[in-house]
Design a protein around this ligand. Structure first.
Ligand code: NAD
Length: 519
C-alpha cells in the first residue's frame, strides 16, 4: 500500500519495529516523514535495561557465531548481499520515507551497503588468518600472530545515511566473528531493521545483531558500557563524549565525526565539466553527508566561468518529493535540520554574504525543503565559515595561487574529506598529498574515496579517530595474539656464564641481520 508522500506500508513498519530490542510496554515516539510531515510510524524507545538484556543475549549468540568459522560466515554474508539487492525497491522506499533523500541518493546507500558486505565476506579470512612473523632470533624461535574477536561491538549511528553507515561497521564486526548491539537514531531505525532482515534471513542469528533506539544519553551510554569496542558515527561533540566514556572502560573506539570539507578548483580545469561534478559533491542528500563539500576555493583564472556554470547548474536542479528518479534533490530530514540551515544562511546574509543561488525554504514542496544554496563573500565572522552546516549550503571563494588554496583548505579544525579538481591528474595528486584530510578525491567530490571500500576512511583532527573500511576497518574488531615458541635448535642463555659464552655469537647475529637489512 502506497500512502501519500510515504512509501511505507503501516503493517510493514509495525512488523519491523517488532524486531527492535525494547520492552513490550516501552513508550513510543512518533517518527516524522520528511517529505510530508506526516507521522510515518511510532517507534518504541529502548531503555538501558533493554541494552543490557540485548547485550547478554548477543554474547551468547557470539559464542556459536565465532565457532562457525570464516567459510560459513562468508556464505551467510554473501547470501545477505543478494537479499539486500533483491529487496532493494522496498528498502529504497523505507530509506526515502525516513530521510527525504532522492531515489538515486538512496540507491547510492544500497550500492555502498552491498559493496561493503561483499568486501568483508570475501576478505575477512585473508586479513585475519594466522600468520608467521619474523622471530626475534631466527631458527631458535618461531612466531605467529592470530586474531581473537573482540566479542561484542557497539555501533552508534546517525540519521543521515542509516543504511550504508550501519553496514560499514556492522558487517566487518560480524565478519570478524563478533556480535553487535546497534543504537539506531530514531530517524533511520526502520531502514536499519529492514536491511537487518536480509541478514537474518540469510542465517545471521537475530540475537547476534540487536538494534536499540531511544534517548542518546541513556541508551548510548548503556551501549558504551556493555560492549568490548564501540564504533560511533555522528557529531564531534557527541563523539568526544563517547570517546571519553570508552577510554574510562579501556575499550577501543573508532569515531567518525563531522567535517567542513573543501574543494579546490585549480586553474587548469575545464570550468563547465568541473562545475557539473562539483554540484553533486555539495548537494547529495541535501548536503547532509559527512563528506559533502561546503567550501569551494577556485583559482582566479577560471573563477568567473566556473561560478557561472556552477550557479546555472544549481538553478536547474529539480527539487521535490518523489519516489522515482524524477528529482535531483530532495528534502532536509527534520525540523532541526531546517532550523540549522536557515540559521547559517540568515546569519551569513545579515553579515554581508551574497546569495548566488537558493537561500530560501520551500514550504510549498514540503515542510523541510530548502533550496540548494550558493554563497559568495563569506567571511570568518559568519557561522558557516568554519562550522559544519550539514546542509545544502556551499561558499565559493576566489583564491590566487595553488599554495593559497591548500592553506585555505587546511585552515580548519576538521580534516575529514577534501577534493581537488585539475586538468592534470599528476597536479591533482601533488596537491592532494598536501591536504590534511583522511580522504582526498581527484576530479570527484566524495564518491571516489567513499566507494573504495578496500581503502581506509576516517578523519584527521576534530573529524575523528580510527578508520573504517579496508583491512583497518576489520582489524578494529579483533585483538592480536602473538604466540612464539622455542624451536629447541638452541637454548637461549639463562645464566651469567651462558651469556658470556653466547654474547659474541649474538652480536655477530645482530651485525649480519643489519647487513642483510632484515626486518
Ligand atoms: P549526533 O552526534 O547528534 O548523534 C549520533 C548518534 O549518537 C545518534 O544515534 C544519537 O542518538 C547518539 N547519541 C546522542 N548522544 C549520545 C551519547 N551521549 N552517547 C552515545 N550516543 C549518543 O549526530 P547527528 O546529528 O545524528 O549526525 C550528524 C553529524 O554526524 C554531523 O556532524 C556529521 O558530519 C556526522 N557524520 C559523520 C560521518 C563520518 O563518517 N565521519 C558520517 C555521517 C555523519
Amino acid at each position: 500500500m502506497r500512502m501519500s508522500g510515504l512509501l511505507v506500508d503501516r503493517s510493514l513498519a509495525a512488523e519491523l519495529v517488532h524486531d527492535l530490542s525494547a520492552a513490550t510496554n516501552a513508550s513510543a515516539t512518533p517518527v516524522i516523514a520528511p517529505f510530508t510531515g506526516e507521522v510515518l510510524h511510532d517507534l518504541p524507545q529502548s531503555s538501558a535495561r533493554d541494552v543490557t538484556d540485548a547485550a547478554a543475549a548477543a554474547r551468547v549468540a557470539q559464542l556459536a557465531w565465532v565457532r562457525l568459522g570464516f567459510a560459513e560466515r562468508r556464505r551467510i554474508l554473501l547470501d545477505a548481499h543478494d537479499r539486500l539487492l533483491a529487496n532493494r525497491e522496498e528498502l529504497l522506499d523505507v530509506l526515502q520515507s525516513e530521510t527525504g533523500k532522492t531515489r538515486g541518493q538512496a540507491f547510492e546507500e544500497v550500492f555502498q551497503g552491498a559493496s561493503v558486505t561483499r568486501y568483508y565476506a570475501v576478505s575477512a579470512r585473508s586479513v585475519l588468518r594466522t600468520r608467521r612473523r619474523r622471530a626475534g632470533i631466527p631458527v631458535v624461535l618461531a612466531t605467529r600472530v592470530s586474531y581473537k574477536s573482540k566479542g561484542l561491538v557497539g555501533v552508534i549511528t546517525p540519521w543521515n545515511y542509516p543504511l550504508s553507515l550501519s553496514l560499514m561497521d556492522v558487517v566487518p564486526a560480524l565478519a570478524a566473528g563478533n556480535a553487535v548491539v546497534q543504537k539506531a537514531d530514531n530517524q533511520g531505525a526502520l531502514t536499519i531493521l529492514h536491511a537487518r532482515r536480509a541478514f537474518i534471513d540469510a542465517g545471521v542469528p537475530a540475537a547476534l545483531w540487536a538494534v536499540v533506539a531511544g534517548d542518546g544519553n541513556e541508551v548510548g551510554n548503556a551501549v558504551v558500557d556493555s560492549v568490548d569496542y564501540v564504533c560511533f558515527t555522528g557529531s564531534t561533540a557527541t563523539g568526544t563524549k563517547v570517546g571519553v566514556r570508552a577510554a574510562g572502560r579501556l575499550i577501543g573506539a573508532s569515531l567518525e565525526l563531522g567535517g567542513k570539507n573543501p574543494l579546490i578548483v585549480l586553474d587548469d580545469v575545464n570550468p563547465q565539466k568541473a562545475a557539473a561534478n562539483a554540484v553533486y559533491s555539495c548537494f547529495s542528500s541535501m548536503g547532509q553527508l559527512c563528506v559533502s563539500i561546503e567550501r569551494i576555493y577556485v583559482q582566479r583564472a577560471v573563477a568567473d566561468e566556473f561560478t557561472k556554470a556552477f550557479v546555472a547548474r544549481v538553478d536547474s536542479l529539480v527539487q521535490g518529493a518523489a519516489f522515482d528518479d524524477s528529482t535531483d534533490v530532495g528534502s532536509l530530514t527534520s525540523a532541526a535540520q531546517l532550523e540549522r540551515v536557515t540559521a547559517h544562511v540568515t546569519d551569513a546574509i545579515a553579515k554581508g554574504a551574497t546569495v548566488l543561488s537558493g537561500g530560501k525554504a520551500r514550504p510549498d514542496l514540503g515542510p523541510y525543503f530548502y533550496e540548494p544554496t550558493v554563497l559568495a563573500d563569506v567571511t570568518p565572522d559568519m557561522a558557516c565559515w568554519a562550522n559544519e552546516t550539514f546542509g545544502p549550503v556551499v561558499a565559493i571563494t576566489v583564491i590566487e595561487s595553488e599554495d593559497d588554496a591548500i592553506a585555505a583548505a587546511n585552515a580548519s579544525e576538521f580534516g575529514l574529506n577534501a577534493s581537488v579538481f585539475s586538468g592534470s591528474v599528476a597536479r591533482g595528486r601533488r596537491v592532494a598529498s598536501r591536504i590534511s584530510a583522511g580522504s582526498v578525491n581527484i576530479n570527484e567530490g566524495y564518491r571516489a574515496t567513499f566507494s573504495s571500500v578496500d581503502a581506509p576512511m576516517g578523519g584527521m583532527k576534530q573529524s575523528g579517530l580510527g578508520r573504517r573500511n579496508g583491512r583497518e576497518g576489520l582489524l578494529r574488531f579483533v585483538d592480536a595474539r602473538t604466540v612464539a615458541e622455542s624451536t629447541g635448535v638452541l637454548t637461549l642463555p639463562r645464566a651469567g656464564r651462558e651469556f658470556a659464552r653466547l654474547a659474541p655469537a649474538m652480536i655477530l647475529l645482530l651485525r649480519i641481520l643489519k647487513l642483510a637489512r632484515r626486518r
